[in-house]
Design a protein around this ligand. Structure first.
Ligand code: ADP
Ligand code: MG
Length: 270
């Protein structure tokens, strides 16, 4: 059976595509899947940094296209998980080094050997985006709960709708701050699903541990008990077909202190 090729995309840049690719890929592999991640952000590669694999890269995507190596040689194995591999982007200034046909060909080859092929796409809706989606049949759209990012996600959804190869797409809402939602200072999960009318794959909280994990080159799903790591692991489990409820950040249970306050501040009826 051939694997699933999923493109991780967004309208706006800097909303967490690369972070999500690294973590969903790692979590899927930790759950037993064979996973290849492709960095298509030519010139700006950073998926390798997030994975801590930058020193292990000998050949890149472009080297394979230029027939300098075999596809197997360009796949860099993860340090910890043997079933996880990365195909790195080249640090060339030539953004046209890869065509859509070549991308599709690479995805078709990889899906013979891997259960999941995750394609990390560059920002924007130009050539890079078209290349990134060329071999995919599913998409994960990343957005943050800011109006500008949601609007750009809407444009991407339009493009995905118009693409006949993409059969299925879902949303990941990243950098959610439950407290800001409660104080009505941030779009809620249901606000975003209402605006975009798209199925939700997962919600990732804002988590400063992501900065630590990025600096260490070790995805946050490898960090025990981190909120974002748990949320990414739940996304992987949903992709694998498990029913994992999405937490409702709109009505979190009152904290212990808040419950105490409620008890003591509730006026006693006489
Ligand atoms: P993109 O690939 O879409 O450009 P990145 O994955 O590189 O986005 O993320 C952009 C920045 O946001 C990075 O510095 C990353 O560490 C930070 N970031 C992403 N998700 C979160 C999160 N849930 N909590 C805190 N910081 C995050
Ligand atoms: Mg990126």
């Amino acid at each position: 059976m051939s694997g699933r090729v999923i493109v991780i995309t967004s309208g706006k840049g800097g909303v967490g595509k690369t972070t999500s690719t690294a973590n969903i890929g790692t979590a899927l592999a930790k759950n037993g899947a064979r996973v290849a991640m492709i960095d298509t952000d030519i010139g700006l590669r950073n998926l390798d940094l997030l994975m801590g694999l930058e020193n292990r890269i000998v050949y890149t995507l472009v080297d394979y296209i230029e027939e300098k190596c075999k596809l197997q040689q360009a796949l860099v194995k993860d340090k910890k998980i043997p079933t996880l591999s990365l195909l790195a982007a080249a640090q060339t200034s030539d953004k046209t080094a890869v065509t859509s046909e070549q991308m599709k060909d690479i995805c078709d080859k990889l899906k013979e050997d891997f259960d999941y092929v995750l394609v990390d796409s560059p920002a924007g809706i130009e050539g890079g985006f078209q290349n990134a989606i060329a071999g995919a049949s599913e998409a994960i759209i990343i957005t943050t709960p800011e109006m500008a990012a949601v609007r750009d996600a809407d444009r991407i959804i339009g493009l995905l709708e118009a693409n006949e190869n993409i059969l299925n797409y879902k949303l990941v809402l990243n950098r959610v701050r439950p407290k800001m939602i409660q104080s009505n200072d941030m779009l809620s999960v249901s606000d975003v699903t209402d605006i975009l009318s798209v199925k939700m794959l997962g919600v990732i909280p804002e988590d400063e541990n992501i900065i630590i994990s990025t600096n260490k080159g070790d995805p946050i799903v490898n960090m025990e008990n981190s909120r974002a790591g748990t949320a990414y692991n739940n996304i992987a489990r949903r992709l694998l077909g498990e029913e994992v409820p999405i937490p409702d950040f709109e009505a979190p249970p009152p904290s212990f202190v808040e419950r105490l306050k409620n008890i003591f501040l509730t006026p006693v009826k006489i």
